[in-house]
Design a protein around this ligand. Structure first.
Ligand SMILES: Cc1cc2nc3c(=O)[nH]c(=O)nc-3n(C[C@H](O)[C@H](O)[C@H](O)COP(=O)(O)OP(=O)(O)OC[C@H]3O[C@@H](n4cnc5c(N)ncnc54)[C@H](O)[C@@H]3O)c2cc1C
Length: 638
């Protein structure tokens, strides 16, 4: 029997990385005894690079130390998906100097290894935000606070996310354009999705919807369980077509497409920054540098620089051309407000002088899920128990570079199905529900990762999932996600301290109808479980009552409604806090060129500008926005 590796707790993860690396080094020397020193060095470097140690070394040895009052053509705040792609593209012009300022550090082996995605939320690479206590959702979370993770590292949230690659529906973007945003229709944004993509998707080599020469690698997850094969087959038996959900039609079921390269996470940093930073002296990257304010000439309402903290000291950088805020959906609105751009009442209440009144943070949408249903099966060894990855699998993945081991599983996500409920009033080709097939649950990591990351109460784990972990019982979960919620939240500042958390109230399920959509989605998932392919693996609903829902008949509609409000689980697609739209629309903050209304030389370039939730996870859109912004800026300044 294969040896079990010990569970990786968040505190241990760095030590574990180090001991794995030591193991790796020793193994390399044993593996290549006959090689010359030069060859061994090269092999070592290759392997170290692959496992991320080079990134760690770089963090310690090569930080860019800010020089106060430096001047750059462009200052990009935030090295996330949008900010990294934008900075990389702008710095292609050697005449332009670009400063990329990031609050976090550099990725390491944990970021690169997809199976441990869930653990990253308990590291310093997560800003660690939580919502204000929710009345109508997150009843299963401590203090009713939903966890709202965000990446704080070069690569931003693309370095801690679940790596699902998904662009959205044609109608999403056509809707953006129709709302007064010329240039953002599907036909106009597709080239930017393609520009970023380097697809290695078997069977889609000749698809016009995929490109093979962009920086961002997209591949099918190479590790597949038998459970996912049964799910895909059963979905087809239930009437869903097989589809490329990034292609002609989203409807149907598909193995998941992921932003990985040979089974390793391909983040914005790995894809866009790392390959070029050594060759571009005009691209200066500042890590552990937290921007606290945009410098604005109040008379002309022109942004001319930023103030930031690095190692407890304040610095100022000046921008000759533009300041671009790519700090993500929570921090971009926060920075605008700290700089005097935001709702008059909020800024006045906390004593920030108003420069421009705009509805920053007044709207926030998200994609809320139900964490379940979970199904048990008669199979063995098919569930991704991350804490039980074997030493053989680690060695095969790290040393032999074998992407088809459990370590390349993107946190257990293996397939997606896009559906339409009968309740939906949308046109026929526009899905409203997604089923996310995960070969696991809170039991996958024995309560050491997902549970803590999402802030689930202990009793949820103890009463529903612990037994599955103890028995190593095979199971899978179908997360049900609603694409077009009616519930709208908001974000505001509690005080003028730039280091305080913004207050975030997502108001999940304030619109009753959103619960009904999820209920329909749960019923759709139960229908799929009735199909022959599922029956062959003995799939059946996990009969564990959700704590707090005991008064309802198990699996009745009211039981599921209670479960939806208890096991409420966001997939972290918050958008619209700096909404894009024409200046005449009082709900918008930036125009179609992503310029802040009424301001000069100031843009917001990230997912906060997305006006309404797309029929997709939001990472691919962030890259598209970065690419498109780069083109707009280039054409304006060239
Ligand atoms: C846990 C999780 C899982 C997810 N899974 C998926 C998935 O599988 N597929 C998918 O499509 N989407 C997923 N998403 C969503 C998706 O990853 C994000 O929407 C997307 O990456 C956001 O990109 P962005 O450029 O808008 O912002 P970010 O990538 O968040 O970048 C913002 C950057 O700005 C930096 N920053 C913020 N404030 C400051 C400051 N004051 N000074 C300096 N730097 C600052 C941050 O540290 C960060 O690096 C997930 C999100 C989370 C949290």
């Amino acid at each position: 029997m294969a040896a079990h590796l010990p569970t990786i707790s968040p505190m241990q993860s760095t030590q574990n990385s180090h001991s794995q690396l030591l193991l790796l080094l020793v193994s390399l020397l044993l593996l290549f005894p006959g090689e010359s020193h030069g060859d061994v060095n090269r092999l070592l470097l290759d392997q170290l690079n692959q496992v991320g140690l080079v990134n760690l070394l770089e963090q310690a040895t090569r930080p860019n130390v800010p020089q106060d009052l430096s001047n750059y053509d462009f200052i990009v705040v935030g090295a996330g998906a949008a900010g990294s792609s934008l900075a990389a593209r702008l710095s292609e012009n050697p005449q332009w100097s670009v400063a990329l300022i990031e609050a976090g550090g550099v990725e390491n082996i944990a970021h690169l290894t997809p199976v441990v995605a869930g653990y990253l939320q308990q590291t310093a690479s997560n800003w660690g935000y939580k919502s204000v206590p929710q009345k109508l959702s997150c009843h299963g979370m401590n203090n009713n606070e939903c966890a709202l993770p965000r990446g704080k590292v070069l690569g931003g949230t693309s370095s801690i996310n679940y790596m699902i690659y998904n662009r959205g529906n044609r109608r999403d973007f056509d809707g953006w354009a129709a709302a007064g945003n010329p240039g953002w229709s599907y036909e106009e944004v597709l080239p930017y999705f393609l520009r970023s993509e380097n697809a290695q998707l078997q069977g889609l080599e000749n698809s016009p919807y995929h490109n093979h020469s962009g920086p961002l690698s997209v591949e099918y997850v190479r590790f597949r369980s038998k459970l996912v094969d049964a799910f895909v087959e059963a979905s087809v038996e239930s009437g869903l077509p097989r589809t490329d959900y990034n292609g002609e039609s989203q409807f149907g079921v598909s193995y998941v497409q992921a932003t990985t390269l040979n089974g390793r996470r391909h983040s914005a940093y790995s894809a866009y920054i790392k390959p070029v930073r050594d060759f571009r002296p005009n691209l200066q990257i500042f890590t552990f540098s937290r921007v606290t304010r945009i410098l604005i000439d109040e008379g002309t309402k022109t942004a001319y620089g930023v103030e930031f903290h690095y190692k407890n000291k304040a610095y100022t950088f000046k921008a000759r051309r533009e300041v671009i805020i790519s700090a993500g959906t929570f921090n971009s609105p926060q920075l605008l407000m700290l700089s005097g751009i935001g709702p008059e009442d909020n800024l006045k209440a906390i004593g920030i002088p108003l420069i421009k009144a705009l509805p920053v943070g007044k709207k926030m949408y998200d994609h809320m899920c139900h964490f379940g249903p979970t199904f048990v099966t008669n199979t063995t060894g098919q569930t991704t128990f991350t804490s039980r990855v074997t030493a053989a699998e680690v060695l095969s993945y790290l040393l032999a570079g074998n992407p088809a081991t459990k370590l390349s599983s993107i946190g257990g996500v293996e397939a997606l199905a896009f559906l339409k409920t009968q309740r939906s009033k949308l046109p026929q080709d526009w899905p409203d529900i997604e089923l996310i097939m995960v070969t696991g649950s809170l039991a996958s990591d024995e309560g050491t990762g997902l549970k803590l990351g999402a802030n689930f109460k202990d009793e949820i784990y103890d009463r529903m999932y612990r037994e599955l972990a103890d028995a190593e019982q095979d199971h899978f979960t179908l997360l049900v996600m609603q694409f077009h919620p009616k519930s709208i939240g908001r974000l505001w500042l509690r005080d003028r301290n730039p280091l305080s958390w913004p207050m975030i109230d997502p108001k999940y399920f304030i619109a009753e109808e959103d619960v009904e959509f999820l209920l329909d989605g749960i019923k759709a998932s139960l229908r799929i479980i009735q199909m022959p392919a599922m029956q062959r693996i003995g799939a059946r609903l996990l009969k564990r009552t959700v704590p707090g829902c005991e008064s309802f008949k198990f699996a009745s509609d009211d039981y599921w409604r209670c479960s939806i409000r208890t096991l409420s689980y966001t997939l972290h697609h918050q958008v619209a806090t700096c909404r894009m739209g024409p200046e005449t629309d009082p709900t918008t903050v930036v125009n179609h060129q992503l310029k802040v209304h009424g301001m000069r030389r100031l843009r917001v370039v990230d997912t906060s500008v997305i006006p309404v939730p797309p029929t997709a996870h939001t990472n691919a859109a962030a890259f598209m926005i970065g690419e498109k912004a780069a083109d707009m800026i280039r054409s304006e300044w060239s």
